[in-house]
Design a protein around this ligand. Structure first.
Ligand code: FES
Length: 583
């Protein structure tokens, strides 16, 4: 522990640098008694654009109280925030930038450990990735879910119900006024989306991974239980600093395995697969798409929350939250995995006399298969994923003719065209929406064409190199890798080509012969040469015309989905892969 005298600013005179620190700390009212304490940075991802984080002021006060109670000195610093709903083209485009910013904030400012306060969707993976690379002890605190609202006598909440209501509007069942009325009830409090979307999934995963305190994933944002979890995190980080508990000892392959098992059992978001792989790589652990799928294989969904089930995160919390789930999953978990509070994961199990409503037992699951299935085949040589529990069982084995959209703009322009040659058995294909081409937006759950939606069609097979919101549902194949812009066969599909999905066999095939594909590939290469850069316009801009410095860096260095879509900036000078840092 070295507190405020760690990492002195370079003025060429270390004693002067230390003296200056004293001057400015005195200006903030700190005295010698304060400066003897471990310094705990509190990374605050608050922004008025992130309405999910609007309860942070009270939560951060609770974290500070916990730090002080344990003898530490809390120092809050701002970081980027990623407003899922207010970021174009997608918050995912900024996840790696935020991870870099969090890492550099931790590395360059004096702190012995850090509490990461985030919640909305990509903020938690960004914070964990950055903190892992920085290598200091850290605890993750999440915003907590919203409390559900009520509309026409039914509980509703963001954002599975947003999608269901919007689908009914597209099908002509609800008019604009009714949709506007529903909108007022869908996100009634501060907090993250209260279904098992990406934010809730990542909250449960960081708890299962042991980097958040026990029971902290599910208390609702506006509650005292949420504040209490913040205070506990404040106390735990001081203990972790004093005990020298570094992230490398917590985020192990066992911890990642446990997180993947829990992801399946909660019916978690497919986005978690990308984030888990990225987190593993930041920790210097080989944990691949196949490792994620292997950990999830055969794990049923035990948590009855939307989009797979019926309830909300508040129900999960009332029925025991993650500790109750861990008890049901005990036989599938690596219980010796250490956690940030110094106890193994096995000490966090909360046994009950019998499974309660929202948290089922292994013999009475919500759905027999919670996992994300990995698909491979001629259309996805490096893999693709499908959340089978959110799919229509009848479509999990399906062959149909492709209807291809070349980009998000093409999709928007033509999906509702009455002349679109589409039937319920068509396979909707979206390309050029992967990490390099478009920042990998959550556009993979392509809307059902209005004509079919009005006729009652609620699901179709959809295939893309994009992602999908964790709150969405449907027979949606995502993360096709490599993406079309990076030479993936998705670029070669044409309208009418037969596409076969066989989730049970892990297959995604394009029914076009090798010779024809070779001919199309040569034709595509020739046309790209004529147009300039692949996937971008002739100035190297993306489809939105963004030629900012970050946009260029992102396009140049972002990896593919099966690699976690992190920045790949190459090896360290000694030839080893870039990995978790530390002092
Ligand atoms: Fe913030 Fe859903 S929009 S968690």
């Amino acid at each position: 522990m070295s507190g405020f005298l760690e990492g002195l600013t370079d003025y060429g005179d270390a004693e002067f640098s230390a003296f200056l620190r004293g001057v400015f700390l005195a200006s903030a009212g700190f005295d010698e008694q304060d400066l003897d304490r471990p310094v705990v940075g509190i990374a605050d991802a608050r922004s008025d654009y992130v309405t999910c984080h609007r309860e942070f002021p009270a939560l951060i006060e609770a974290v500070k109280r916990g730090v002080l109670e344990a003898g530490g000195l809390p120092v809050v610093f701002p970081t980027m925030a990623l407003p899922e709903i207010f970021t174009a083209p997608t918050a995912m485009y900024l996840r790696n930038l935020m991870a870099m910013q969090v890492e550099e904030s931790i590395r360059t400012q004096p702190m012995d450990g850090v509490v990461l306060v985030g919640g909305c969707d990509k903020t938690v993976p960004a914070q964990v990735m950055g903190a892992l690379s920085a290598g200091r002890p850290f605890v993750q605190v999440v915003a907590g879910p919203m409390i559900p609202g009520s509309w026409r006598g039914q509980r509703v909440g963001a954002c599975t119900d947003c999608r269901a209501i919007w689908s009914r509007h597209r099908a002509g069942e609800l008019d604009r006024a009714e949709v506007a009325e529903a909108a007022a009830a869908l996100a009634p409090t501060g907090g993250t989306c209260m279904v098992m979307g990406t934010a809730s999934t990542m909250a449960c995963l960081v708890e299962a991974m042991g980097v958040a305190v026990s029971g902290s994933a599910t208390p609702a944002a506006p509650t005292g239980a949420r504040l209490a979890s913040g205070a506990r995190a404040g106390r735990v980080i001081v203990e972790a600093i004093c005990a020298g508990r570094r992230p490398a000892g917590i985020v192990t392959s066992d911890a990642l395995h446990n997180a993947a098992v829990v992801c399946a059992a909660i019916g978690g978001s497919t986005n978690a697969v990308v984030h888990l792989i990225a987190i593993a790589r930041r920790a210097g652990i080989e944990f691949t798409l196949d490792d994620v799928a292997a950990a999830m294989r055969g794990v049923p969904v035990l948590v009855d929350c939307k989009p797979i089930g019926r309830g909300y995160l508040t129900d999960f919390d009332a029925d025991g939250g993650v500790p109750a789930l861990l008890a049901e999953l005990a036989d599938l978990l690596r219980l010796e995995a250490p956690t940030i509070d110094g106890r193994p994961l096995g000490a966090r199990l909360r046994h009950r006399d019998r499974p309660l409503g929202t948290v089922r037992g292994l013999t009475d699951p919500v759905h027999p298969d919670g996992g994300v299935s990995v698909l491979r085949g001629s259309l996805a040589p490096e893999g693709a994923v499908i959340k089978t529990g959110a799919a229509s069982p009848a479509l999990l084995t399906h062959t149909g003719p492709a209807v291809v959209f070349d980009s998000l703009a093409d999709l928007a322009a033509r999906i509702d065209d009455p002349a679109l040659p589409v039937t319920p058995s068509s396979v909707l294909v979206l390309r050029n929406a992967g990490p390099v081409a478009a920042g990998m937006p959550e556009a993979g759950a392509l809307p059902i064409p209005r004509r079919l939606a009005a006729a009652g069609v609620r699901d179709m097979v959809r295939v893309s190199d994009a992602r999908m919101s964790g709150t969405a549902f449907g027979t949606v194949v995502l993360h096709v890798s490599p993406e079309a812009t990076r030479g993936g066969p998705l670029a070669l599909v044409r309208d009418g080509d037969p596409i076969t999905l066989d989730a049970g066999r892990g297959l995604l095939d394009l029914g076009v012969g090798d010779a024809e594909l070779a001919r199309r590939r040569a034709e595509l290469a020739a046309s790209e040469t004529r147009k300039g850069l692949r996937g971008n316009d002739s100035r190297g801009n993306d489809s939105r015309g963004n030629d900012s410095r970050w946009a260029r860096l992102h396009r140049r260095y972002v990896g593919q989905a099966h690699q976690g879509a992190d920045l790949d900036v190459g090896a360290d000078s000694d030839g080893s892969p870039a990995r978790a840092g530390g002092r």
